[in-house]
Ligand binder design. Structure first.
Ligand code: NAD
Length: 510
């Protein structure tokens, strides 16, 4: 096992990685915004915040790029994404490592994030030959009716810190094959991985040859920079990933100007563990879903609803799993739980655990550790909080590794507890009873956008559409037919007869 030493290592390594990934040193050497590593809390670089004028200029350039890109045949557009996938494959270890340094993910999750980008590239290349509409029967003789799909325009992507590059790739690869131009406002907490990703896309564009200037740009800064994208009428779609509070601020502004929105917001995801559940498998799945990424996934398991007959047996297993999960420097190979993103995340976790105790909850874990080694970083032991009932503290999302555990008696009770929160992103049931599993997946079961059986709620594959209901925003990204959100649909009716019959039998004889 390698142990990393002095503070300063992270910043040095980040600079080396950025250079290898093709980012000019000037892009991260000066500027108002410091990029901190959650591993040590140290600043790894400084970037310039995009001014209102720069955002306007980038939108103008993207709009011009769109006008030529939309004429490029879709399979040819797919070639750019194919080349980008090649660049990502070649740079996987470098970019994955930078994700670890900037977002604090353990090494396999940093690499996994880049693998997800590669997967969506492969998917998008295939879809670039399948942007198909329908031929529809018409009521009029000598007519044909069809649906065609056209590029939409400029697409703005606003992304969160916890998937600093994969979320953008889900959107960007589909938007590019659909003929759109892109502007990306990454989280202000993760600007460096965004610069590196953009550099890889530019390498692909150079090999592609004739991608228009301004087809994809990165705009750095906080919510005020995102707001410029939200309010500019040239940006036809904004895909925004982040907290529900962000979605509430953004959605009405987009609606006001009739722009399209994909909102991928918070989650308060639950799993039900039934009497017939395979308990060892369930324990492993729950441990990964609740503790993985230090509880900082939108799909992190936050509530566990356990049948009273298996409660003690499962909790025994879970307590051992929690005791064995190593918390520490995410660069070290045995670490399973890395740091929280920053001090504010730690304060939110502490406040939630205090409230859980005040609600009569029995809390184990949740302590700050490694403060002597990393005084400016926030490492915590994941917490289990047993509650007699689903108190208000368990009904909201706290972006930290806290798992609320509650008992249930019958399926309806568990289902109602499961659905009685504001969010509706991801869910699971652990059972060997086919009828229970099917009920959970049916119209009277889970109300989430993602519902799983005998796997946890997190770690989705890109082939399916990703997103949730209610306060989780309602958007869908990645696989299935999510590409349709990046295009506009036209219905075409063609008259190849010599007559002019009107629909619905209307007569208008001159
Ligand atoms: P956040 O809401 O603080 O920030 C997300 C992004 O939105 C950032 O780029 C931020 O600058 C921008 N932003 C914030 N307010 C804005 C505004 N008013 N106008 C324009 N832009 C604005 O979220 P975060 O802390 O980075 O990420 C954690 C949250 O994201 C959690 O709630 C998590 O569940 C959610 N999330 C959801 C998904 C999903 O797919 N559903 C995926 C990842 C994270």
């Amino acid at each position: 096992m390698t142990t990393y030493g002095a503070i300063g290592d992270v910043a040095r390594e980040a600079k080396e990685l950025l250079a290898e990934l093709g980012v000019e040193a000037s892009a991260f050497s000066n500027g108002e915004l410091a990029a901190h590593s959650p591993i040590t809390g140290e600043a790894m670089g400084r970037v310039s915040v995009s001014s209102a004028g720069a955002v306007k200029g980038a939108i103008g350039a993207a709009d011009r790029a769109f006008r030529s890109w939309r004429k490029v045949p879709a399979p040819r557009r797919g070639e750019l994404v194919r080349l980008f996938g090649e660049e990502l494959r070649a740079a996987k270890s470098l970019l994955g490592r930078l994700v670890t340094l900037e977002a604090g993910k353990i090494a396999s999750e940093g690499l996994g994030e880049v693998q997800e980008m590669i997967d969506i590239c492969d998917f998008a290349v295939g879809v670039s030959r399948q942007l198909h509409g329908l031929t529809i029967a018409t009521e009029r003789p000598g007519h044909r009716m069809m649906e065609t799909w056209h590029p939409l325009g400029v697409v703005g992507v606003i992304s969160s810190f916890n998937f600093p590059v994969a979320v953008w790739a889900w959107n960007a690869t589909l938007a590019l094959i659909c003929g759109d131009a892109l502007l990306w406002k990454p989280s202000e907490k993760t600007p460096l991985t965004a610069l590196a990703t953009q550099a890889l896309l530019m390498r692909a564009a150079a090999r592609f040859g004739d991608a228009p200037e301004g087809l994809s740009s990165v705009l750095l800064g906080g919510s005020e920079v995102g707001a410029h994208l939200v309010d500019d009428e040239r940006v036809r779609l904004v895909s925004a990933t982040g907290s529900t509070a962000m979605g509430r601020a953004v959605a009405p502004r987009l609606a006001q100007r009739f722009a399209r929105a994909i909102l991928e917001l918070g989650g308060n995801n639950a799993a039900i563990v039934c009497p017939s559940a395979p308990l060892d498998l369930a324990t492993r799945a729950i441990a990964f879903a609740a503790m993985g990424t230090a509880g900082q996934r939108c799909t992190t398991l936050r509530r566990l609803i356990v049948h009273e007959d298996v409660y003690e047996a499962l909790l025994d297993r879970l307590r051992s799993a929690y005791a064995s999960a190593r918390v520490g420097d995410p660069r070290e190979s045995q670490t399973l739980v890395g740091p929280l993103i920053d001090e504010a995340a730690h304060a939110a976790m502490r406040a939630t655990l205090k409230e859980a105790r005040a609600s009569g909850g029995a809390v184990t874990g949740g302590d700050r550790v490694l403060a002597d080694r990393f005084p400016n970083a926030y490492y915590v032991t994941p917490a289990l909080a047993e509650l007699a009932e689903q108190a208000p503290v368990a009904r909201r999302e706290t972006f930290a590794p806290i798992l609320f555990v509650m008992k249930y008696r019958d399926f309806e009770h568990a289902r109602d507890m499961h659905n009685s929160v504001a969010h509706g992103l991801a869910s699971s049931i652990f059972t060997s009873d086919l009828c229970e599993a099917e009920r959970f997946l049916s119209s009277e079961g889970s109300d989430c956008g993602i519902a799983n059986v005998n796997i946890g709620p997190s770690g989705a594959e890109i082939g399916g559409a990703f997103g949730g209901e209610k306060d989780s925003g309602g958007g869908r990204e990645a696989g299935s037919d999510a590409w349709k959100a990046y295009m506009r649909r036209a219905t075409n009716t063609i008259n190849y007869s010599k007559d002019l019959p009107l629909a619905q039998g209307v007569r208008f004889d001159l």
